[in-house]
Design a protein around this ligand. Structure first.
Ligand SMILES: [Zn+2]
Length: 86
């Protein structure tokens, strides 16, 4: 029985460390994402992402304004940085 207990703790300990590491990593990652989010007008006519919600370019938007990461804005929505607020 002791052998099994030691064997199990050998498996569980690294798993605990992995969970701890991934939690720290997720915290860092989410912090980075939240500091790197932009506003995008969810319309085909809009071409830019905005750093400010009050930007004039965004006020013209008649569609929904979405708050996404800059990476998503560029890769998924093919937007470029707004000339007025970026
Ligand atoms: Zn703008």
């Amino acid at each position: 029985m002791t052998g099994i207990a030691i064997y199990i703790s050998f498996i569980i300990l690294p798993v605990k460390n992995i969970i701890k590491f991934s939690l720290v990593f997720m915290l860092c990652a989410s912090f980075k994402i939240t500091t790197d989010k932009v506003y995008v007008c969810d319309s085909k006519g809009s071409v830019a992402y905005h750093g400010s919600k009050d930007c004039n370019g965004l006020n013209k938007c008649t569609h929904e304004v979405i708050y996404i990461t800059k990476t998503d804005a560029v890769n998924t929505y093919s937007k470029r940085a707004c000339k007025m607020c970026y």
